[in-house]
Design a protein around this ligand. Structure first.
Ligand code: CP
Ligand code: NVA
Length: 310
C-alpha cells in the first residue's frame, strides 16, 4: 500500500501532491490484468450511503471491493433510517461497529465531514454539492495515461462551476497542471474555491484561470472537459440554466481552439446536444469511457490506501 497518512478521502485539498501521485501510480498498477483480483481487503466490508442517484460510483465501488476480496453494501438513504431522520452522527457511530469503511454521496460537504468526525472507520466522499474527488482521481489517471505526464498540461473546463469543476481545479493545482474554467459569471466557481486552488498552485506552479470566454479557456489546451448544466439537486433550475449556458456548448467550432492532439473528457452522465454535441462525445478525441473505467482502478487504490492492514 502507498504511504498515505490520511484517514479519510473527503477532498483532494487534504492530500499532498506526492500522496495523489502515489495513488495514481497504484491505480495504474491495479489496472494491469494480472492485478485485477488481489485479496488486499479480504473479509472487509464497505458501506455505501447514497442520498443521490448513481451508476458509475455505485458499481465501480462495489466491483472494486469484490475484486479486492471484500464486500460492499448499498445503503440507499430511502431504505435506511437516514431517510427518516436518524442523525449522521448516530449513523456513523453505529455503522463503525459493523463495517471497515464508508462511502457517502450526499448534498452538503458538511454532512460528509460530520460522518467522518463521528465514524471510527475511513470515510470516502462519493460526491457532494462541493466536490467529486473520486471522479477527479480517475480523470487525472486518464490524462496521465494519455500524455504520460500531468505537470504543465492545460485543462479547459467549460460550463458550470460545480462539484466536478471544483475538484478538477484543486486536483490540477496539486499536480501542477494548468486549468482554465469558462462559465457564465453567475455560475463560476466561488471566490473561496478559486482562492483555495490558487493557494495550492503557488507551490506547484499551476496557472488557475477563470474566464467567461470558452474560446479563451480552450485556447492551446490539451484536454477539454465539460459536465451537465444542472447537477443533481438542481433539476428545478434546468430551464433557466439552459438559457444562461447558451454559448458554452463544447462543439466542433469550439474545439478548433485546442491543441490538435487534445482529448475530450466528461464525467458522465452526459446530456447530448446540451453541454456537448454527440459528434464530440462520440468523436476520435473522446476518452469518456476510459475515464469511466478508471473510476474502478482509481477507487481501488483509494480503498487499499485507507482500508488495507498496515
Ligand atoms: N460520474 C459519476 O459519478 O457518475 P454516477 O453519478 O453514475 O456515479
Ligand atoms: N455535476 C454532476 C456530476 C454527476 C456525476 C452532479 O452533481 O450531478
Amino acid at each position: 500500500a502507498p504511504s498515505i497518512i490520511q484517514e479519510d478521502f473527503l477532498s483532494l485539498k487534504d492530500y499532498s501532491t506526492d500522496e495523489i501521485l502515489d495513488l495514481l501510480n497504484l491505480a495504474i498498477e491495479l489496472k494491469k490484468p494480472q492485478n485485477k483480483y488481489l485479496p488486499l481487503l479480504k473479509g472487509k466490508v464497505l458501506g455505501m450511503i447514497f442520498e443521490k442517484a448513481s451508476t458509475r460510483t455505485r458499481v465501480s465501488f462495489e466491483a472494486g471491493m469484490l475484486q479486492l476480496g471484500g464486500n460492499a453494501m448499498f445503503l440507499s438513504s430511502q431504505d435506511t433510517q437516514v431517510g427518516r431522520g436518524e442523525t449522521i452522527a448516530d449513523t456513523g457511530r453505529v455503522l463503525s461497529g459493523y463495517l471497515d469503511g464508508l462511502m457517502i454521496r450526499t448534498f452538503h460537504q458538511s454532512t460528509v465531514q460530520e460522518l467522518a468526525d463521528f465514524s471510527s472507520i475511513p470515510v470516502i466522499n462519493g460526491l457532494t454539492d462541493d466536490y467529486h474527488p473520486c471522479q477527479v482521481m480517475a480523470d487525472l489517471m486518464t490524462i496521465l495515461e494519455h500524455f504520460g505526464t500531468l505537470k504543465g498540461k492545460k485543462l479547459a473546463y467549460i460550463g458550470d462551476g460545480n462539484n466536478v469543476a471544483n475538484s478538477l481545479m484543486i486536483g490540477a493545482a496539486k499536480v501542477g497542471m494548468d486549468i482554465s474554467i469558462a462559465s457564465p459569471a453567475a455560475y463560476a466557481p466561488t471566490p473561496e474555491m478559486v482562492t483555495l486552488a490558487k493557494d495550492i498552485a503557488q507551490y506547484t506552479g499551476s496557472v488557475i484561470d477563470i474566464t467567461e470566454s470558452p474560446e479563451q479557456a480552450v485556447a492551446d489546451s490539451d484536454a477539454i472537459y465539460t459536465d451537465v448544466w444542472a447537477s443533481m439537486g438542481q433539476e428545478q433550475e434546468t430551464i433557466e440554466r439552459f438559457e444562461h449556458f447558451q454559448g458554452f456548448q463544447v462543439n466542433d467550432e469550439l474545439v478548433k481552439h485546442a491543441k490538435a492532439d487534445h482529448i475530450f473528457m466528461h464525467c458522465l452522465p452526459a446530456h447530448r446536444e446540451e453541454e456537448v454535441t454527440t459528434g464530440i462525445l462520440e468523436g476520435p478525441h473522446s476518452v469518456i469511457f476510459q475515464q469511466s473505467e478508471n473510476r474502478l482502478h482509481a477507487q481501488k487504490a483509494v480503498l487499499i490506501a485507507l482500508m488495507a492492514d498496515k
